[in-house]
Design a protein around this ligand. Sequence first.
Ligand SMILES: [Zn+2]
Length: 273
Amino acid sequence: MKLTEEQVYRYSRHILLPEVGGAGQEKLLRSRVLCVGIGGLGSPIALYLVAAGVGAIGIADSDHVEISNLQRQILHYTDDIGKHKTDSAREKLEKLNPDVNIIEHQGTVSSKNIRDIVRDYDIVVDGSDNFTTRYLVNDACYFEKKTLVSGAIFQFEGQVSVFKTDAGGVCYRCLYPEIPPQGLMPSCQEAGILGAAAGIIGTVQAVETLKQILGIGEPLVNRLLVFNALSMSFNSVNLKKDPACHLCGENPSIREVEEYHEPECEVENLPVS
Ligand SMILES: [Zn+2]
């Protein structure tokens, strides 16, 4: 793939960076990234990846746009209320950059389809906010040997990590072995969320995804970045692989992607933060 004259202009601020250059930009244009959830985290993730010229972006979500989403889900506008989120997102993303192929996955992700969806992509970015989807995506990425850029947000706090299990890195289950009991963790619709804080976490996920594609810098592999908006602090803690992990440990009990039960407080199939 050779860059056209228009692409040289469009991506000139990338190409100027010695770490990216023309070759790095061509790499981005050849890459395929899946965004699971196109809400509070998925909006900045998809916007930056599309603007960056990542060649193909899959967007998976089963929800429709609601008025209460608009406080933080910046890909969706007031006129979009009632539309399917993937349709609403696609309209804007295609206008932003016609170089990028936007692929919609409109239904609910489940144990039956998740591996087939994930298989088509190089990197998966999780912007969902429910445990069912997080475990599902983690397990599918493990079995399909895909890098997973995971993010979560709660009220004023957020976390990001990159799970690279095919290179011996930790997985989400090493960090959180079991789904919390029903009703223990309040959902974002119960607990609230500072909209702009989702923008920070989603943008960190977009940066980590671009670094993975380009092979530059120090990735958040085996590290958990913890962000607090009130103290405006970023801390990172080192993570260790759990030898007893049910998925990636020495004696794994999980051999295939299974369906998990959703905590009671989650009301939608794929609510996004
Ligand atoms: Zn693990």
